[in-house]
Write a protein that binds this ligand. Structure first.
Ligand code: ZN
Length: 424
């Protein structure tokens, strides 16, 4: 690693590899950085929760410019390959260069966020760099709860602009991030015995690509829960299908890839259901030919007795709610063309022994829009006789407009085309 360029960045990264720094155990690294900073006349402050803040005045002539904050985190994700013995609180990370990449032997490397920290430190010591007042904010325990970021007291920093050095895509600049809120839906269904001579069936939607609801929602991929609800609602309109249980999705912020429902159907209909399943499978394959060509719909016949199902009236309400409540992009940004502004994701859903629950993740670049959409989802659920509420709201942060032009210091003119802002 000693020969890699730029040298100061990699020297810092090597020092980070040598000092263990898992979450909750950042003190040794923090002490090392404080000593490093003080030896160079750079002010070092530790705040009430353990974040380290390094401050350097602006270079000559730039002292009164608005300050810039370079932000990263001290801790790293610790994982060792099976068969590797490594104590992350004591042992150094063994970084090597292999096939043009810096990698670790048998463990995580800690490039998240070691390389961000190394870049910030290198900027602080770069001789001849013309810069405004700089503050380097290195938070603790980012990887398991963001304690440092959450505990950062207002007024700790003076900078007006913050550069996040903890991102994943090289060459991309993030202008902000969406805020979000969850919508929780619950209902305790009344159950009744399924009539005799009904057969037990399990319907399964699978093969979907899914994705992250904050990154992939605009790709209009199939949502397994919604497809399952659509199919069951169709079946319910033509037969006396009885819903016993269902489950779909794994997380509120993931687009569900799989969902299944356990149902009872009159035996005569159950024995000829495969044709309907095939037909629906084919219809979905055509509908999702581009986004989700591997979508699958299957039915498994079960020998067990059906037991109890939820009341038909409640079944109608649940399925109608899941089928007709929009999940996906609600609005595209007018400021940043092609960027999702507001979206909802029906991420998880379960019906077990009569207890129904579903969770939507709502996101928006505008907190007020997330709030309005969440309120509408709550109202919709109430309209179907379901209990619903908002939970876990967090605010977004964004620029309302592209930054001002640095050459003429004017604000940007408004343009609807993607591209750099033009001078007035
Ligand atoms: Zn990180």
């Amino acid at each position: 690693m000693q020969n890699l360029q730029p040298r100061p960045v990699w020297a810092h990264f090597a020092a980070l590899c040598a000092i263990p720094h898992p979450s909750y155990h950042e003190a040794a690294l923090r002490e090392h950085l404080i000593a490093w900073a003080r030896a160079r006349g750079i002010a070092a402050v530790v705040d009430g929760v353990g974040n380290l803040i390094l401050k350097k005045p602006g270079s000559p002539g730039c002292e009164s410019l608005p300050g810039v904050i370079l932000q990263g985190h001290l801790d790293m994700v610790c994982q060792a390959n099976s068969g590797t013995r490594h104590d992350f609180e004591r042992d150094a990370i063994k970084a090597v260069v292999r096939d043009g990449w810096v990698v670790a032997e048998g463990t995580t490397l800690g490039a998240d966020n070691g390389i961000g920290v190394a870049l910030a430190l290198a900027a602080l010591e770069e001789p001849g760099l013309v810069h405004p007042p700089l503050e380097v904010l290195l938070t603790v325990n980012e990887e398991s709860g963001m304690d440092g970021a959450r505990g950062l007291a207002p007024g700790t920093l003076q900078g007006k602009m913050l550069v996040n050095l903890d991102t994943e895509e090289w060459g991309h600049f993030y202008l902000g991030c969406a805020g979000g809120v969850d919508v929780e839906v619950r209902h305790d269904c009344i159950r009744e015995q399924v009539p005799p001579d009904y057969a037990l069936l399990r319907f399964e939607v699978s093969g979907l690509r899914g994705g992250h609801s904050g990154i992939d929602i605009h790709l209009v991929r199939g949502n397994a829960i919604k497809l399952l609800a659509e199919a069951l609602r169709d079946l319910s309109a033509h037969t006396d299908v009885r819903l016993i249980g269902m489950k779909g999705g794994t997380a509120r912020n993931a687009i569900p890839r799989e969902a299944y429902a356990v149902c009872a159907l009159p035996e005569a209909i159950a024995s000829s259901i495969d044709e309907w399943v095939r037909h629906r499978h084919e219809a979905w394959r055509q509908r999702y030919a581009e986004e989700d060509a591997n979508v699958s719909f299957a039915c498994r016949h079960d020998d067990e007795l059906p037991g109890r199902a939820i009341l038909r009236a409640e079944q109608e309400h649940l399925l109608a709610f899941l089928d007709t409540t929009a999940s996906g992009v609600e609005r595209i940004s007018e400021d940043f063309p092609g960027v999702t502004d507001t979206s909802a994701n029906l991420g998880v859903c379960a019906l077990e022994q009569g207890a129904f629950q579903a969770t939507f993740k709502v996101r928006s670049l505008h907190d007020a829009r997330a709030d309005v959409l969440a309120d509408k989802l709550v109202a919709r659920a109430a309209g179907y006789g379901l209990q619903a509420w908002k939970d876990g709201a967090y605010r977004g942060g964004r620029r309302t407009r592209p930054p001002a032009c640095s050459r003429c210091a004017s604000g940007p003119t408004r343009s609807n085309s993607a591209g750099p802002p033009a001078c007035r």
